[in-house]
Design a protein around this ligand. Structure first.
Ligand code: SF4
Ligand code: SF4
Length: 290
C-alpha cells in the first residue's frame, strides 16, 4: 500500500524557502512549540479547519455538506460551531467565499510528484527546486525519503527545512536525497531554548554537528525574536563558526502576520508583542558576516 503523508499546504513559486523559485510542501505536525510560530496550522498533526469570518459571504453552501450540523445560516448570517466539527473538510471543499480552509489533506508520493514537477522549467531557470517544510517534515521521514528520492530521480534540487528536533535516524533516511538542509537554530543556551520552544536543544545541536560531519550542505536559519532570543545571537554565531559546511546564514526577524491565522483556527494567540528594530537586525547580521 502506498503510504500517505498529512500536509497542510503546497506553495508554488516560493522564494524564501531556499535558492531560486521553489515549490514548498508543508507537512502537518511539529516536534517543537515555538512561542513565535508563524505556521500555527503546522503545529498539530490532526486536521484543522480555519474559518475567516471576514471572507464569509453568507451563502449557506457549507450547511449542505456538513453531516454534523456545524454550520448554520440564520437571519444574522452564517455561524460555525467548532465544538461539534469533526474536521472532515467537506465544507471547506465547497465554500464559495474561500472562508473555510482545510489543513490536513492526506496525499501519496505518486499524487504529489506530478504537482511538484509541474514547475520544473521555473526551477531550472532560477536555480530552484522543491523544499519540504512544516511543521516538522521529518516527523514523517519515511514519506519524505521516498519523495526526495523520486525528486532526485527526476533531476530536481531538494531542500529539507527542519527544526532538527527529530531522531538521528530520520536524518539518515533523507540524507542521500537532500541537496541542502535549511536548519533552524533558535537558541544556544538550553534554558533559553526550553523557554522559546518547550524543549531542550541538545538533540538539535547534536544532529547539526552530525550533518556537518557528514558533509551535508547547510543553510542556517535563525529567527530573531526580541526579549526571547536576542541574548543568544553571539553564542549561535560563535557555534556556527565551528561548522565546516555552512553555505549560508539567514536571519529571520520575527513578525506578527500570523495573528489572524490563530484566530481563524480557534487557537490561542500567544505571539510576542515586541517587534525587531531594523538597526538590531543589521547588528545581528554583522555578527554572522552577512
Ligand atoms: S469539517 Fe466536516 S464536520 Fe467540520 S464543519 Fe466542515 S463539514 Fe462539518
Ligand atoms: S460556504 Fe463559505 S462563504 Fe458560504 S456561508 Fe459557508 S463559510 Fe460562508
Amino acid at each position: 500500500m502506498d503510504r500517505k503523508a498529512r500536509i497542510s499546504d503546497i506553495k508554488r513559486f516560493a522564494v524564501h524557502d531556499g535558492d531560486g523559485i521553489r515549490t514548498t510542501v508543508f507537512f502537518k505536525g511539529c516536534s517543537l512549540k515555538c512561542v513565535w510560530c508563524h505556521n500555527p496550522e503546522g503545529i498539530g498533526f490532526r486536521p484543522q479547519i480555519a474559518y475567516y469570518e471576514n471572507k464569509c459571504i453568507d451563502c449557506g453552501e457549507c450547511t449542505q455538506f456538513c453531516s454534523r450540523g456545524s454550520h448554520r445560516l440564520t437571519g444574522a448570517g452564517h455561524f460555525y460551531d467548532r465544538t461539534s466539527c469533526v474536521q472532515c473538510g467537506e465544507c471547506a471543499a465547497h465554500c464559495l467565499g474561500s472562508a473555510l480552509i482545510y489543513y490536513g489533506r492526506e496525499i501519496t508520493v505518486e499524487e504529489l510528484l506530478p504537482l511538484l514537477l509541474e514547475d520544473r522549467d521555473f526551477y531550472e531557470t532560477s536555480g530552484g527546486g522543491v523544499t519540504l517544510s512544516g511543521g516538522e517534515c521529518l516527523m514523517q521521514a519515511d514519506f519524505c525519503a521516498k519523495l526526495l528520492r523520486r525528486l532526485k530521480e527526476n533531476g530536481i534540487h531538494t531542500a529539507v527545512d527542519t527544526c532538527g528536533f527529530v531522531p538521528r535516524e530520520s536524518f539518515n533516511k533523507v540524507l542521500p536525497w537532500t541537496d541542502v538542509f535549511l536548519y533552524d537554530l533558535k537558541a544556544w543556551d538550553e534554558e533559553a531554548h526550553i523557554r522559546c520552544t518547550g524543549h531542550s536543544n541538545r538533540r538539535i545541536l547534536e544532529n547539526l554537528r552530525y550533518l556537518d560531519a557528514k558533509g551535508a550542505s547547510l543553510e542556517l536559519r535563525i529567527p530573531y525574536v526580541p526579549e526571547y532570543n536576542d541574548d543568544q545571537m553571539e553564542k549561535i554565531a560563535e557555534f556556527a563558526r565551528t561548522l565546516n559546511n555552512v553555505r549560508k546564514v539567514k536571519i529571520l526577524p520575527y513578525h506578527r502576520y500570523a495573528g489572524s491565522k490563530y484566530d481563524a483556527l480557534g487557537m490561542e494567540n500567544t505571539l510576542p508583542e515586541t517587534l525587531p528594530e531594523d538597526a538590531a537586525v543589521e547588528k545581528i547580521k554583522q555578527l554572522f558576516d552577512i
